[in-house]
Every structure is written in structure tokens, then in C-alpha cells.
Design a protein around this ligand. Sequence first.
Ligand code: ATP
Ligand code: MG
Length: 402
Amino acid sequence: MQYDHILVRYGELALKGKNRTQFEQTLVRNIRFALQGTPGAKVKRTFGRAIIELHGEPLDEVMEPLRHVFGISSFSPAMRASNDIEAIKETALQALLQHKGDTKTFKVNARRSYKPFPISSQDINPMIGSHILKNTEETTVDVHHPDVEINVEIREQGTYITCGRIEGAGGLPVGTAGSVMLMLSGGIDSPVAGYLSMKRGAELEAVHFHSPPYTNERARKKVEDLTKVLTTFGGSVKLHVVPFTELQKAIHSSIPSNYSMTIMRRMMLRITERIAADRGVLALANGESMGQVASQTLESMYTINEVTNMPILRPLVTMDKQEVVDISEKIGTYPISIRPYEDCCTIFLPSESVTKPRREKAVRFENTMDFQSYIEEAVENTEMITFGGESGETERDMDSLL
Ligand code: ATP
Ligand code: MG
């Protein structure tokens, strides 16, 4: 007898009716997507849980990708027994013996969801407990601080027995909240903002501005690699790469240098909004954190935000840099983000930017150039690359935005 199932638990408190069905269906789809590397494993939905049948796939290889699936609160390797008390007792013993981790003290928690089963939960607990004590050495029961809790769930289809639980990624299944257009630089912050948007159920698309030849291929590769990491949390991500050189040159030559950063941000936002609208995406996201740099003061956000009516998610807005770095290390984007290539924002830009840019001034400066045609040109020449599609392959094609 060995662990041949995984029991998956998800947050269920806030879920009712139609939302619940959609949540469960999306979660199961995402689990299947995450388990493409172990095709033998089968995912099934039972009331309030998902069950994975391993069918010979290695337990550890199935558990690893599960850690990244949003919507899962916890999961546990499980053994299945028929609804027969002798079988349940023996399976619980085996589950404990094969549990990886301390098992000196234990506690049994039986839950009888299938009421026709003739023995109550309170009576099952001591029956299993004494069977384990009889067949092990140096094991004792501790109901307050056990090394391991043995959970026994009796359901109509059978009884699932688990020892301990592994924490899941939490959040909501990607795809239950619609899509978000992430502004993705090569920095530390924006990939984390993308990860946190996905955590609340958003599917992700990303926009990256690059300025060849001032930014090079390796800078672009960096952004592609960051996008690939983000796909591990939610399937496919479309990356829109916007050629930004001409617009930056135009800003450089016609806008006073202390306002060029503000105007550049407004242009980025206008283009991102256009791409989002063309893709049917309802919200934007970026990696801004309040007060972090000149462009992220409240005055700056106020002036830059003027150009769009779309909601902008700023998942990092209240975080300190170290909190963001901690998340980026945890999710694996940090080593990519610190590769030393120039971002389009760092070239052309003056060392001094106003920290309190005013809307009237921004509008006045913009009226001195025909920025609309630059925006059209940039949108038209945007390239779209899909990462992590159904086949796991990358698909490259010119955007058909217009
Ligand atoms: P990050 O680490 O995400 O680059 P940052 O702290 O360096 O953030 P800025 O460079 O001021 O801050 O950028 C603020 C936000 O603007 C970024 O988080 C990102 O969402 C967006 N952004 C900046 N540069 C680009 C770019 N080249 N392409 C797309 N979005 C960008
Ligand atoms: Mg940056």
C-alpha cells in the first residue's frame, strides 16, 4: 500500500452558488494544465475537494507544480480505503508509516461526510488510534500538539486518509477574474505585481516597451524570461513588445527635460490602454509603490493617471522594497530581474525630474508635438508573443491589433 492520491483543499468560505461552480471548474482546469508533465495523473472534482489519482506517476513530481496553482489552500498525499472499518484502520496505519516527517506523536481526526457509514466520527478516532498503537513502537497519541494529524474523510465513494498538509499558494484560480494588462519592465517590481494580480484570479497579458538599438536583445530576452516564469502560475501569457524608440526621441527633442519622464509615462499608459482595449482587457497593472521614486509620488501618479479611465491595479502600492524583493526571490524572478541590462526608461532620461508634475503643464507640453501619430505607429508595430500555450510552446507572430 502506498500514497497513490493527492487530496486538494481550497478556500470555500466565500464561495456560493454559481461562483463556486466556476471556481471549481477553473481550478480543476488549472491543475490539469499544471500537471501536463505527469500525464498519467487524473484530476477529479468531488464536493468541496479535488482528488488527484496518481496512476503510477511519482508523488513528488505531481506535488511540485501543485504548489504554484492559485486557489489551492492546502494539499496532502492520500491513501484510499473502501468504506470498511478494518480497511480504514489498516490504511491509516500504512499512511502513518509511510509519512515523510516526524510521527512520534499523532492524533486522528475522522470526518464522516457519508452518514450511512455505521460508526460515528467520535467512535472511529479511538478505533484507529488503538490499531496504530498496537502495531507501532514508540508512538503515542497527543491531541494537543501532535507531530502529525491523520485525517480520515469518509465519503460515499470511499475513504481518503492523509497525514499532515502542505500549504498551497492561496488566492483565487487564475481565470476567475478576467484579464489584466501588466506593464512589464525588466525590473524587480513589475513581475511581482503580475504574480500578485494572478493570485487574485486574473489572467495575464503583458506590455513591454523597448527602444532598440539603445536597449539590446539581452534586455528583451530578460523580459521574455520573466514572462516565462509568470506562466508557471497561470498557464499562458501573451507578451506585447512595443517599439518605443521614435516616441522617446520625439519626447527628448520637444519636451523640457524635467517633464520628459512624466510625458513618457503618459505615453506608455496611452499605448497600454490601446492594446488592452483591442484585446478586450478591462484593467491595467504596474509595479508602482507609493513614494519609491520621482514618478511614483502621489502628485506624479495623479498627473500620469490623467490619460486613462481604465482601472490601474498597483499591487505593490503599500509595500517596502524589501517586501517586494522577498516575494521576487520566492517566485524565482529575482535572479532574472537583476541582470544588468538597460531599460528603455533609463536612456534619454535626465537625472532631474520634477517630483510634483502638474497636469496643465503636461498637457501644454504635449500639445507642442504630434504624439498621436507616434502612438499609432507604435501600436501598429507591436509584436505579440505567446508563452506557455496548451502545448507549452512559444508562438511568435505579428500582432493583428488593428
Ligand atoms: P520595476 O522594477 O517594475 O521596473 P521600478 O521601481 O524600477 O519598477 P519604474 O522604472 O519607475 O519603477 O517603473 C514603474 C512601473 O512602470 C514599472 O513597475 C512597470 O510597471 C512600468 N514600466 C517601467 N518601464 C517599463 C517598460 N520598459 N515596459 C513596460 N512597463 C514599464
Ligand atoms: Mg524600472
